[in-house]
Design a protein around this ligand. Structure first.
Ligand SMILES: NC(=O)c1ccc[n+]([C@@H]2O[C@H](COP(=O)([O-])OP(=O)(O)OC[C@H]3O[C@@H](n4cnc5c(N)ncnc54)[C@H](O)[C@@H]3O)[C@@H](O)[C@H]2O)c1
Ligand SMILES: O=C(O)C(=O)C[C@@H](O)[C@H](O)[C@H](O)COP(=O)(O)O
Ligand SMILES: [Zn+2]
Length: 339
């Protein structure tokens, strides 16, 4: 078992990582609590929370929407959760993001506990307090920064995850390697390490970014590597068609190629990125029609300022930089290279 402490101005909490540690113990100090989960996770893990008040959504990205958010508020009302109560998210990033936004806003804020059960959620989405729902035109368009009171990542829950979902989590792990940790990159190239160690390392990296920049105004933007084009592709393909991690994987290949074309990234980075992504069974390109359409919605990115986008590039493996680029320049370069 290991602990990573998140020491941010807007929230201080432990991430506890271990095998077989799922329990309702972190919820006991509150007047009452409800747990949000999805219809795949509930039959697998509901038994660890006897007597809980449940809110069960259909699984998948399409559930991260305003309608389900309202449904969560209604159920919290029905369950009479007061301001000293809590709401927990038991599931992947979809459940964590929508539950966190409900927690941030219900009665102007109640406590929020994260029980991440996908690899992606354990290494990334359960940490750092970005909570949101999607709009049809863009990912995470309605949200807040709202830190959880605790994160409990039980790696045993990953045993039931299918291979595609596992790979999607690997994409965010590969992201950390490129932006922050050359040693992690080498470990991944050599075939990986024990999962608790990888989850712990990724949480340490994320905790460092979140401590420095909880509101995403500077260095934290590096955590968005691969996401500018990735989110646009995810949205264009239709939520749930490409998984978030898959879209980020593809986005990292285009970001690497763009970095090479601009002379920022080392030559061969895109090729190298493809090798690593393929090793972990991830896609490395989007269909031309999807890519073309995605390039048209780049300015929906939350890192856009007018016609410019804070674009994250790798200047050496294990280190990232952010450059303000004209959306039109990005579109032109990617079109010339890929369309
Ligand atoms: N807030 C953040 O910082 C942040 C970071 C990264 C990603 N995200 C968001 O996270 C979402 C993606 O998260 P995700 O990949 O976890 O998707 P997800 O929540 O849809 O979970 C993926 C699938 O795995 C199933 N599942 C969950 N736990 C399982 C288990 N233990 N065994 C078997 N099946 C299980 C779910 O039912 C679902 O079908 C996206 O919406 C993305 O935008 C947010
Ligand atoms: O925590 C962050 O900061 C991230 O950017 C992590 C990303 O992996 C994650 O997908 C995040 O939800 C993207 O945020 P957004 O601001 O681009 O919606
Ligand atoms: Zn992401």
């Amino acid at each position: 078992m290991r602990n990573v402490f998140v020491d941010a101005d807007n929230g201080k909490y432990d991430i506890v990582i271990g095998n077989g540690i799922l329990s309702d113990e972190p919820l006991q100090g509150y007047t009452d609590y409800a747990i949000v989960t999805d219809d795949v996770v509930y039959p697998l893990l509901g038994k660890y929370f006897p007597g809980a008040k449940w809110i069960v959504l259909p699984s998948g990205e399409v559930s991260k929407n305003m309608q389900n958010l309202e449904m969560i508020y209604q159920k919290l009302m029905e369950y009479e959760i007061d301001r000293k109560g809590a709401v927990a998210a038991l599931g992947g990033g979809v459940i964590g993001d929508i539950t966190g936004f409900a927690a941030a806003t219900f009665k102007r804020g109640i406590a929020f506990i994260q029980y991440p059960t996908t690899l992606l959620a354990q290494v990334d989405s359960s940490v750092g307090g970005k909570v949101a729902v999607n709009l049809p035109g863009g990912k995470n368009m309605v949200g807040a920064f709202y830190q959880p009171a605790a994160v409990v990542a039980d790696t045993k829950t990953l045993e039931t995850l299918d291979a595609r979902q596992y790979a999607a989590g690997m994409a965010e792990i590969i992201k950390y390697a490129y932006i922050y940790d050359e040693k992690l990159y080498e470990v991944l190239m050599e075939g990986g390490a024990e999962i608790e160690e990888i989850v712990g390392r990724c949480c340490e990296i994320k905790a460092d970014y979140v401590k420095q920049d909880p509101y995403d105004t500077g260095i934290r933007m590096q955590l968005n590597y691969g996401h500018t084009i990735g989110h646009a592709i995810e949205t264009t393909a239709g939520y749930g068609t490409l998984l978030h991690g898959e879209a980020v994987a593809i986005g990292m290949v285009y970001a690497a190629k763009l970095g090479e074309a601009l002379g920022v990234s080392p030559k061969g980075l895109a090729e190298n990125t493809q090798i690593l992504l393929k090793k972990y069974h991830l896609p490395v390109s989007a269909e031309p029609g999807i890519l073309e359409e995605a390039l048209g919605i780049l300015l929906a990115d939350k890192k856009a300022e007018g016609s410019l986008i804070h674009f994250v590039l790798i200047d050496q493996i294990g280190h990232a930089v952010t450059q303000k680029l004209e959306a039109q320049e990005i579109q032109k370069i990617i079109k010339e290279l890929y369309l």
